[in-house]
Design a protein around this ligand. Structure first.
Ligand code: FE
Ligand code: CA
Length: 546
């Protein structure tokens, strides 16, 4: 028998009693789901460091969080330097970085079926404090991650700080924004998606962005992903980035996906190439599995084929009730996609089709979940954390023609109306939204549109802080198009084309947000500054300078 000895339930309980922790402190799965598989590698040996992708934590709760790693000693190779068999990884949680007292520990399975990823749902910890975690296997120790439990729901909380970031194209620039986020004193990070980019413009040494050529900072090491192995390799390459690892090591994440985790501008069962939906769903399933394998997600988000539950709620004391949305998986297909593809144009004229009540951004079930959650919320603030722009901004296409981006809420005007009417009715004045995808910072008021029933047109319903990208769009064009965009859109208060992130600092009366920018990402060492600072006062929706 090559079987590895595993902890049976009795040994486990004895161990827990000795260490003074309750049964809830150790994850119920897979630890208690003994026995381990028969083909387990009893005595693993690694020639390369198995924790090359670092560690991560996420999905915080008052009593714990998910801790993640993936055994991946050779990230660029097809089988990533791992045997085709499962292994057991040890994990530890402590209150001090020195790990002098280990307060929770256990074993978890790294299976080839899941790319040797490890997801542990740690529980039984005390609320509202910092924790440290690490993994071990075969004498190798992972980097130490820092995480944080939430305060108990309803408990008075004075302050909450978080970063909003995403859109990290590996070829467009260095992840300097993540290096800076790692140094911010945040309680969590919200990732609005585009964690990877599936695109591959083979051979081209320069990028053409808005008519300007930029040399590529780095290169993807595989072709456009379709299979699970392809996506795994893409994630592994991104995950080797030290700045991205530093951010994950510093704070828990609430992650969400947008389009590029699967394919540019996908919507529900439809991709941008008119692939038959039943065929595209196989690609979506592969992409979802690879996404799950690389994110600190709970088992409740483990994909079931091409479906994955990603909308979820997080309550930070009595201060912030956060709703993380999924605006890709259940949305109606984009309007005018064929025209867009023909002209290479992102913008389209507004059309009555966008107001079709049958068109949806979230799907009926998610919309009901959000609306019920907002109606029941007693928090000082509600946060809607989503992926694409909620402000209805007019843009300029080729030759200065005005148009709207149909991949954003502007292509789903009836959904947008319903959401804004509901906010106006259920929790007026205490909702703030954050999003991304646009590869520029945008801060502004979110207004109800003309003709919407229930609340009058032009009324400011909520505010939006749309984070620019970590690297997508290279160094950017700065304020080149800023005056035109501000002139065209009175609701818009600031915009700039630079890389960076949004930093939110939420108090009981005022919600502060800083638009952080980095002067360049085409080379490492870009300098960080604050482009603009805003405040939202509770009870008075809309952004003010400050
Ligand atoms: Fe993006
Ligand atoms: Ca996107």
């Amino acid at each position: 028998m090559t079987r590895m000895p595993f902890l049976d339930r009795r040994t486990l309980m004895a161990m827990m009693a000795k260490s003074g922790i309750g049964a809830g402190a150790l994850t119920a799965w897979p630890l208690l789901a003994a026995p381990w598989p028969r083909n387990i590698v009893a005595d693993p040996r690694f020639t390369d460091y198995p924790f090359a992708l670092g560690v991560a934590s996420g999905e915080p709760a008052p009593d714990g969080f998910v801790i993640w790693t993936r055994l991946c000693p050779r990230p660029a190779e097809q089988h990533y330097g791992m045997p085709r068999a499962p292994m057991v990884v040890n994990w530890e949680v402590a209150a001090e970085e020195s790990f002098s007292v280990i307060l929770a520990k256990g074993e978890a399975l790294a299976s080839p079926e899941l790319g040797h990823s490890v997801h542990v749902e740690v529980g039984g910890l005390s609320p509202d404090r910092v924790w440290f975690y690490r993994f071990r296997i075969a004498g190798q120790v992972s980097p130490v991650g820092r995480s944080r439990t939430m305060p108990l729901p309803g408990v008075r909380l004075e302050r909450l700080r978080f970063a909003v970031a995403g859109c990290q194209h590996y070829e467009h620039g260095h992840f300097t924004a993540w290096k800076h986020i790692a140094q911010e004193p945040v309680d969590f990070v919200f990732h609005y998606g585009d964690y990877i980019y599936e695109t591959n413009e083979k051979g081209a040494q320069t990028l053409t962005i808005q008519g300007h050529d930029f040399p590529r900072a780095r290169r993807h090491n595989n072709d456009e992903p379709y299979s699970l192995d392809d996506y795994r390799q893409r994630y592994a390459q991104y995950k080797t980035d030290p700045d991205l690892q530093a951010a994950h090591h510093a704070a828990p994440f609430w992650v969400s996906f947008d389009d590029h985790e699967v394919d540019n501008d996908w919507a529900d069962r439809w991709d941008q190439d008119d692939t038959p939906p039943e065929v595209f769903l196989y690609r979506r399933a592969a992409a979802f599995q690879a996404y799950y394998e690389h994110m600190p997600l709970r088992r409740s988000s483990m994909p079931d084929g091409s479906r994955m539950k990603m909308h979820r709620n997080a309550r930070y004391g009595d201060l912030v009730n956060a709703f993380v949305l999924d605006t890709r998986q259940f949305r109606s297909d984009q309007i005018g996609e064929a025209e867009k593809l023909q002209g290479g144009e992102k913008l389209a004229p507004m059309t009555p089709a966008a107001y079709d009540p049958a068109r949806t951004m979230m799907g009926d079930a998610q919309e009901k979940w959000l609306f019920d959650g907002l109606a029941d919320s007693t928090a000082r603030w509600n946060l809607i954390a989503h992926q694409v722009m909620l402000m209805h901004l007019v843009g300029r296409g080729k030759g200065g023609a005005k148009g709207y981006n149909m991949d954003r809420w502007s292509g789903y005007m009836h959904s947008r109306r319903r959401l804004l009417s509901h906010i106006d009715k259920a929790c007026p004045g205490n909702v703030v939204t954050v999003s991304g995808d646009a590869h520029r910072h945008y801060a502004g008021d979110v207004l109800q549109d003309e003709g919407a029933p229930g609340s009058k047109a032009g009324k400011i319903i909520t505010s939006e802080f749309l984070g620019t990208s970590v690297s997508s769009g290279d160094d950017g064009m700065g304020e080149l198009n800023t005056p035109q965009q501000l002139a065209d859109n009175p609701a818009l208060k600031a915009t700039i084309d630079r890389r960076g992130y949004v930093l939110c600092d939420v108090g009981r009366e005022v919600w502060h947000a800083d638009l952080k920018v980095i002067d360049k990402v085409s080379a490492p060492g870009g300098k960080l500054s604050t482009y603009a600072s805003f405040a939202v006062e509770r009870g008075d929706p809309g952004v003010k300078k400050g």
